[in-house]
Every structure is written in structure tokens, then in C-alpha cells.
Design a protein around this ligand. Structure first.
Ligand code: SAM
Length: 265
């Protein structure tokens, strides 16, 4: 079978890395959702460790490889569907699970959409995801780093995030044009508990990072259509020592939570 470029089929060929990915989570007695099993490079390791594995694969022509695994292991089930069309909340409800882990080596172009889906599926408590190195660096960036952006803040609101392993492009067949990294996302309510409104927070972050090179003052004033003096006053009420000429890329998650809570008062 010829790998399909348009489906991002770059198959992992390094067993040590497959093991590192699977060992990043404790899968004992756990139900796992695998996205994009391909020819089963990760599936076999998952099947051996987890209680059950449900794999979502868009490409039916991979059935010839996955059928063998399904026949040999009764805790492995493949669903041939586009993960972006699957209602994961409903699926987890149907399999009667309180919490699941998710493992995915997926095409780079669906990373963002899949991350949003995972974020909004509360019963996924842990996710281990392979992604383009540059995207991983943005997600892990610290405040003050130019990579730090809205993606960083929004994901760190919901998850404790850590790097599992860097993966060079030579570990795939065919070899992609970029290197990868595997990140682990562990759901946490630590930050959410202090937040008054998730919807307002998302809007505030969108406003603050609207134009990356602009100051917080300019971005908020433009986005909300209020004058600079009023914007300054509003911000100083929340954080008296604030430097309104700061850029959003310097502001920590904790400060963003306080700023958004106060902004919509
Ligand atoms: N997990 C395998 C591995 O590590 O070798 C395959 C990884 S390959 C990078 C990505 C896999 O995701 C392919 O099997 C591809 O067919 C599948 N895929 C692509 N888009 C998908 C989608 N929207 N929903 C489900 N699977 C998808």
C-alpha cells in the first residue's frame, strides 16, 4: 500500500519511540482512544497495556493491517471514520466510561482542531499527542518568549503540559519535511476554578493577542472599541501596578485570569 500524502501518512518506524509514547501514561485498567492507528505501530503497544483500545482511522484501505490486530486481540476495535466528525462526548457516553486516555500520531494539519476537541471532551483526562516540533514549542513556551501566544495560554488553562520526547523526521516512513515532538496533556481544574467565565476568558485572550506586536493597551482598546484612557483605567483598577504598554506575550496565565475576571465586572 502506497502511503497517502493527503492523509498525512508518515508511519512511525522506531519501536523505542512507540514505547516511550505508550509509557508516558499509566494505562493499567484504562480505556484508550487512539487516533490514526495507521498500520498499528502504536496500537500493538497500547493493546498490551490498556484494558481496551478504540482506534479511529479515516482510511479504510488500512483495514488489511488493522484486521489482523483486531482478530488477535479482543480488546481492540477500529472505527473507520474521520475523527473530526466524531462526537467524542457521545462516544465516551456510549462505551460507558468515566474517563479515558487519548493517544494520537495524527497528520499535522488536524492538530489544532483535534486539540480543541480534546479540550472540550472533559472525560479525556490525559492525552499524548505527536505534533510538529514548532507547534509543540509554542504550546510549551514560557511568558516572555516570542513563541508564547493564545494557543499556549488557552491550552495551559486546561492542562498540565509536558514534553515526552523529541522525534526526528528520520523516524518515519516516508520521511516528513519537519521534525516532531510528543506532548502529554493532563487535565487540571486548578486554573479553571479561579475563572469566572470561560467564554469571557477566551474573548479576552483573543483581544489581548490580536496583533502580536501591539501593546496590551492598543489591542484591548481596538478590540473593545473603547478609548485608551478608559482602557488604562479599567486595567489599573484590576492591577494597580500594571504596565499597559506591555505585550500579551509577557503576561502569565495567572495574571490573564485575574485580568479577564476583572475586565468583565
Ligand atoms: N499511528 C500510526 C503510526 O504512528 O505509524 C500512523 C500515523 S500517520 C502520521 C496518521 C494516521 O492518521 C494515518 O493512518 C491517517 O490515515 C490517519 N488519519 C488522517 N486523518 C485522519 C482523520 N481525520 N481521522 C482519523 N484518522 C486520520
Amino acid at each position: 500500500m502506497k502511503p497517502k500524502k493527503h492523509l498525512g501518512q508518515n508511519f512511525l518506524i522506531n519501536k523505542t519511540i512507540a514505547n516511550k509514547i505508550v509509557n508516558a501514561v499509566n494505562l493499567q485498567n484504562k480505556v484508550v482512544l487512539e487516533i490514526g492507528p495507521g498500520k498499528g505501530a502504536l496500537s500493538l503497544c497500547l493493546i498490551e497495556k490498556a484494558q481496551e483500545v478504540y482506534a479511529f482511522e479515516i482510511d479504510k484501505s488500512l483495514k488489511q493491517y488493522l484486521d489482523v490486530l483486531e482478530e488477535e486481540h479482543n480488546n481492540f476495535k477500529v472505527i473507520y471514520d474521520d475523527i473530526l466528525n466524531v462526537d467524542l462526548n457521545k462516544f465516551i457516553e456510549e462505551i460507558k466510561c468515566e474517563s479515558v486516555s487519548l493517544v494520537a500520531n495524527i497528520p499535522y494539519y488536524i492538530t489544532g482542531l483535534l486539540l480543541n476537541k480534546i479540550r472540550d471532551t472533559k472525560k479525556i483526562d490525559t492525552a499524548v499527542i505527536m505534533m510538529q516540533k514548532e507547534v509543540g514549542d509554542r504550546i510549551l513556551a514560557e511568558p516572555g518568549n516570542k513563541e508564547y501566544g493564545s494557543l499556549t495560554v488557552l491550552l495551559n488553562l486546561h492542562f498540565n503540559i509536558s514534553r515526552v520526547v523529541n522525534v526526528k523526521r528520520t523516524n518515519f516512513f516516508p520521511k516528513p519535511k519537519v521534525d516532531s515532538v510528543v506532548l502529554k496533556f493532563e487535565r487540571t481544574n486548578n486554573h479553571l476554578d479561579g475563572l469566572k467565565s470561560l467564554k469571557n476568558f477566551y474573548e479576552f485572550i483573543d483581544a489581548a493577542f490580536k496583533m502580536k506586536r501591539k501593546t496590551l493597551l492598543n489591542n484591548l482598546s481596538n478590540y473593545y472599541g473603547i478609548g485608551k484612557d478608559e482602557t488604562t483605567e479599567k486595567l489599573q483598577k484590576i492591577e494597580p501596578d500594571i504596565n499597559v504598554f506591555e505585550r500579551a506575550e509577557n503576561i502569565t496565565l495567572k495574571r490573564f485570569i485575574a485580568l479577564s475576571n476583572g475586565w468583565y465586572k
